[in-house]
Design a protein around this ligand. Sequence first.
Ligand code: JFZ
Length: 466
Amino acid sequence: MTKKSNKKILVVLTVLMMVLCGLPSIAKCSESNGSGAEAKSKPLSREERMKWWHEARFGMFIHWGLYAIPAGQWKGKKIPGIGEWIMDKAHIPIPEYEQLTGQFNPVKFNAEQWVQIAKNAGMKYIVITSKHHDGFCMWDSKVTDYDIIDATPFKRDVLKELSRACRENGLKLCFYHSIMDWHHPDAQGPFYPNYDAQNSNPNFTRYVENYLKPQLKELVENYGPLGVLWFDGEWVKDWTEPMGRDMYNYVLELQPDIIINNRVGKGRKGLEGFSDSKEPVGDFGTPEQRIPAKGLPGVNWETCMTMNDTWGYKSYDDNWKSTQELLRKLADIASKGGNFLLNVGPTAEGLIPEPSVERLAAIGHWLKINGESIYGTTASPLGEIPWGRCTAKPGRLYLHVFDWPTDAKLEVPALNNTVTKAYLLADKEKSPLTFTKEGQNNLVINVPPKVPDKINTVIVLEIKDK
Ligand code: JFZ
């Protein structure tokens, strides 16, 4: 066949393609599924959306807002409870609470510094309060002036600065966003300061459609792409499960690969599971200040926890958990297949409290050596372990030893697999530890007499079969 006739055939085929596909660009047509209609991109599955989240395992929660100014005190009195609830606990009328905007000037805020603290701690994502229950907006919102740009002398968009710093450092930025709003006249606002979650506002649907949804659209479109939208405040009377389902779908329309927690739905079982409906709303459970004893088998879950006793900053809360306690919680949560969202409550000046910074640096040091035993691991396949925890990856078990054996013999109960090698994860040479099988399927590993890491020493077992 001559070159000329080839060319003719090519022209005829091209014209035919263009006619069949209604004259769109060739590129678009080649995307068609043959019926001439453009192929609809298949929505991502939950597990596809959550792949990075399972790998990440460890994130920073940040509760920061106007409540950092009173810092747990009001009119000279210490107010009990968590710092970010001071408007409620101190029964502060809205006009009085609004006065705080004039004092919000966190001149020491440095987004890069906060992100470096999180990154050096080994955290892979940051969830920060865009709007907490008090209704104050920590970004430049076009649907209200009750925000950091219009209402404060600071006039900087801290979420925009954090979004940039996260992107430049490879961390996912996520937002906590409260459905409950103590300030908005169509939500719980009119009832303040005598708020009751059972109050009902006839204009709540208007709040959802004309305020809540537009603000979420601003956050996703102007500060995203986001990792997670972490809803809260869903327990108010006017919020329903159908509204939660609608919101879940609305947010996924805005960003198809985003992850949404269970608090977008209604009626968390024990604050961690999902609502009782047959198809619960949300991608993961959110046990708060606690680690479920057996994890939450069959669902994704993340424990959120404070380092002291408050989410938002309180000047006199010095009840700090030790680094040992926090590190062992990280291993405990990972051994049950969960994520750990550990909170910091920055001051009104924009500083993360020093006790938090110290603990995060120590956790990061441990993770730099032992991170392989946390990131991307799955729950332990072993039963109860008296001396510590276990995490897993294909072909490997990571033994997290909290209580080092005094006789230098570590017994691993009920291990059916064939172990081909054992070594200390911190040992770059991976020099093998000897071991023997005892009884039915107990493994006894001969370990160094001196404990390598008093808080958590990790031993790797390379194993055959599943
Ligand atoms: C919620 C917030 O109220 C709190 O301020 C913080 O942001 C935390 C992470 O999330 O905490 C709750 C929510 C609901 C209940 C208890 C604490 N509850 O229903 O008992």
